[in-house]
Design a protein around this ligand. Structure first.
Ligand SMILES: Nc1nc2c(c(=O)[nH]1)N=C([C@H](O)[C@H](O)COP(=O)(O)OP(=O)(O)OP(=O)(O)O)CN2
Length: 278
């Protein structure tokens, strides 16, 4: 018997891409389970499937930086904080963070197919009773209008969002004086394409075209250094509420009038903020 659950949860990660650099990504997770029915006529109670799979995904790749350790120019070594990642191509990044902030994957690049195989294997290693095999499918959300891909870390978050390089692929809708503004949306989509969003308070060094961000959080000490052109600095933390507020204020200052921004954080959730300027 095969049981399926579509859009069981979402995977939100950053990944190192040999072509694009640091990329924020979000995927719908669909699952199929194969096995034998029990006396209750069920393979696995839907009410239990969801928390079971979600907790394993949360403890696995979710909210980590996916590092293809065989990609050109990628180096990983132990350090005081846990692990140090250095990259050279397409640009140079250095990150030091507790081990749990990374998923080290022995590949030359990250692909959806490899992630599906990896997660299917991980989940099938210790399956629940009667379940023989679990297959995971990942799907990017279809974004018809504007979207943005960013990485960040929330120093004040008690959960895994404190990790300094996790990310999202998100929709963005902007209204200017009550009308949808594809021009503003495209402008922001370009500005926030594969960007790192930093809280001004977390910048510890900015010189020679490099930007270093560091903080202590409950999981440990986190440091990331990358080219200044890959970073947008916000006057606040980078929760989606603050991102929406920042985009609204900057847009209103630029074009005048009333601007309303609906910013998503990953799939199907986000914040709305508005600003007005003369
Ligand atoms: N009000 C807010 N809450 C949270 C924010 C935020 O910006 N505003 N941000 C985060 C983290 O950045 C995190 O990346 C988001 O985590 P999330 O995907 O919500 O995590 P979950 O696994 O709990 O949720 P699922 O959607 O079920 O995957 C956290 N909170």
């Amino acid at each position: 018997m095969m049981l399926f659950v579509k859009e069981l949860t979402a995977l939100d990660v950053s990944l190192w891409c040999p072509r694009r650099g640091l990329v924020g990504a979000s995927y719908h997770i669909d699952v199929e389970l194969e096995g034998e029915l029990g006396e209750d006529g069920m393979l696995f109670d839907f009410g239990e499937v969801k928390p079971w799979i979600k907790s394993r995904i949360d403890d696995s790749l979710d909210h980590t930086l996916l590092v293809p350790t065989k990609a050109p120019g990628v180096e990983i070594e132990e350090c005081r904080e846990g692990l140090r990642l250095r990259t050279r191509s397409p640009w140079s990044l250095e990150m030091r963070a507790p081990r749990q902030a990374y998923s080290l994957l022995p590949w030359a690049n990250i692909s959806i197919e490899r992630l599906e195989t990896y997660l299917s294997h991980e989940l099938s290693r210790r399956p629940p009773p009667r379940v023989a095999q679990i297959r995971v499918t990942l799907r990017e959300e279809v974004i018809e209008g504007a979207g943005y891909t960013y990485s960040h870390g929330l120093r004040r978050h008690r959960g895994n969002c404190q990790r300094i390089a996790h990310g999202h692929r998100s929709r963005l809708a902007i209204h200017h004086n009550g009308k949808r503004s594809p021009v503003l949306e495209q402008r922001w989509a370009q500005r926030l394409d594969d960007i790192y969003l930093a809280d001004r308070e977390d910048i510890v060094r900015q010189h020679s075209e490099r930007c270093r961000i560091a903080y202590d959080a409950p999981q440990g000490h986190f440091v990331i250094e990358l080219p200044g052109e890959r970073v947008e600095i916000l006057p606040s933390t980078t929760t989606v509420e603050c991102i929406a507020d920042w985009i609204a204020s900057e847009s209103a200052a630029l074009v005048g009038g009333h601007v309303q921004v609906q910013a998503f954080e990953g799939i199907d959730k986000g914040a709305v903020a508005a600003a007005r300027s003369a």
